[in-house]
Design a protein around this ligand. Structure first.
Ligand code: ADP
Ligand code: GLC
Length: 485
């Protein structure tokens, strides 16, 4: 087996996905493999995993993991997806559950620390079992954040790990995996890691911090967000720790997987379209209007779409606050998402109040997300912060003009109107009034300037955020690390 880059992640599309992390992990390892870097992925084997037509086989039974306290084992299921080996860590009591991390009605699973410490330890055990030292272990988010810490402490002692570099990618610094200090004792790190310059965080055990402190390089998913997290406002308490790692902190903009998100051959759409022939887009819009039971007259008015987690981060409350004004502007609104019950309830209530004008689908539906990207004219992304954001990149490809806050990856992917390269509309302050102003501007542009609109749509559809570019940037980072080892 060649030396590989091992991506360790709690989600990998199409097998598991709750948001952008799944999409990224479904695309980056394949792009890496195609760029000539042998890669592999390790992820949990969730009960709700969808393997579709892909054959998954159990290849390791009773892998000794040794966590927590008593010796414990994992089984490993394996498959190859688009040329990349994928290893799923199976232990039913931890992963065979309805949700990934939390039950929407009961909150986070009480044993999340135990589940993901187990996952990290099992990943270590598996890589050792496979027998070839990885060239790089590239861990993602708090669920995999202990890997750089384990490897940091094993490297001087265990020859297997001596030449392995580690990269840790933060997809959202607000989700840290912060747990009681009691759990530290069982995680298998030496006591010196319990330190303000280690995993200790205001008396708690902070897994994300472990990734930041001990990885050879830390990355996040856009250049703007890499700068933002160094500030108190966006650092969620870890800005100081991140500033200490500033020399080894990189912002690598995500790519979009255009084999999955492309209106020219999207299997979920009622009809396809392209930058050369946009007629199918209007048909997708009419289909969506009828699928969601909206007023057919909306076919000639702008249709505004929202897809995302209904949480404060995504600014769903800002959207909810202006829906009555939007209805008065004679536009349609379609929203798909799930999240905080209060936001879900509010938009459902607005849908009942403005039947035919507002449609909200509460839930998680991959195929509808595609039809909404295609059928909307304008894509709303009023995020309070956005590490990268993939949905606005998909919207651009589908010719759906984004309206977004000037935050993180949104700033890095949308060229604001007015301007000759403009692909969307940007507003600066996360306030309902600002969002409304921006929507008004976009709607006026959409209705009053059909020629300008068409040009902007075409420009948007031609934008490319490729994984090849991101891969090259990651490979440079890997190379630098290996020179330092
Ligand atoms: P985040 O990771 O912060 O949720 P991203 O924009 O990076 O935001 O990625 C979100 C991904 O999840 C996209 O693929 C989007 O289409 C998908 N998504 C979000 N909510 C839903 C939903 N309710 N149903 C289907 N897909 C969804
Ligand atoms: C996180 C971020 C999102 C990003 C995604 C993939 O979920 O919230 O902005 O696009 O990760 O990196």
């Amino acid at each position: 087996m060649p030396q590989r880059v091992f991506f360790v992640t709690s989600e990998v599309y199409p097998f598991s996905k709750s948001g952008g992390l799944g999409d990224v992990m479904g695309a980056l390892p394949e792009a890496m493999e195609k760029s000539g870097r042998p890669s592999a992925v390790i992820s949990p084997y969730y009960g709700r995993i969808s393997t579709g037509n892909v054959r998954v086989r159990r290849t390791v039974s009773d892998l000794h993991v040794g966590y927590p306290w008593a010796p414990i084992t994992a089984d490993v299921y394996e498959t190859e997806y688009h040329g990349v080996p994928l290893y799923f860590i199976d232990r039913g009591e931890y992963f065979d559950r309805r949700y990934y991390y939390n039950d929407p009605y009961k909150g986070d699973y009480f044993d999340n620390a135990e589940r993901f410490i187990f996952f990290c330890r099992a990943a270590i055990a598996l890589m050792e079992h496979l027998g070839t030292s990885p060239s790089i272990v590239h861990a993602h988010d708090w669920q995999a954040a202990l890997l750089p810490a384990y490897i940091h402490f094993m490297r001087p002692r265990e020859p297997f790990w001596t030449n392995t570099g580690t990269v840790f990618t933060i997809h959202n610094v607000a989700f840290q995996g912060r747990f009681s200090s009691r759990l530290f004792e069982s995680c298998g790190l030496p006591s010196e890691a319990w330190d303000i310059n280690g995993v200790e965080f205001f008396g708690d055990f902070n897994l994300l911090k472990g990734g930041i402190v001990y990885a050879d390089a830390v990355t996040t998913v856009s250049p703007s967000y890499a700068r933002e997290i160094l500030t108190e406002k966006y650092g969620y308490g870890l800005d100081g720790t991140l500033r200490q790692r500033e020399l080894h902190l990189y912002g690598v903009l995500n790519g979009a997987d255009y084999t999955v998100w492309n209106p020219e051959d999207d299997p979920y759409l009622p009809c396809r379209y392209s930058v050369k022939d946009l007629s199918g887009k209007q048909k997708c819009k009419e289909h969506l209007i009828s699928e969601l039971g909206l007023d057919p007259a909306l076919k000639d008015r702008p249709l505004l779409g929202f897809i995302g987690r209904m949480r404060g981060q995504k600014g769903i409350d800002l959207l909810n606050a202006i829906i009555p004004d939007l209805v008065r502007m004679d536009v349609g609104i379609v929203a798909l998402g799930e999240g905080k019950p209060e936001h879900e309830a509010k938009i459902t209530e607005l849908m009942e109040q403005y039947r035919g004008r507002v449609a909200a689908v509460i839930g998680y539906t991959e195929d509808l997300a595609h039809r909404m990207q295609a059928g909307s004219d304008i894509f709303l992304m009023p995020s309070r912060y956005e590490p990268c954001g993939l949905t606005q990149m998909y919207a651009l490809r589908y010719g759906t003009l984004p309206i977004a806050t000037a935050a993180g990856g949104l700033r890095d992917t949308i060229d604001p109107w007015p301007g000759e390269n403009s692909t969307g509309f940007i507003f600066t302050k996360s306030e309902a009034g600002e969002l409304l102003k921006s929507v008004r501007e976009a709607v006026n542009f959409w209705t009053d300037n059909p020629a300008g609109r068409l040009k902007m749509i075409r420009r948007a559809m031609r934008r490319e955020f490729t994984w090849d570019r991101a891969c090259r940037e990651y490979m440079d980072i890997y190379r630098n690390i290996r020179l330092r080892l």
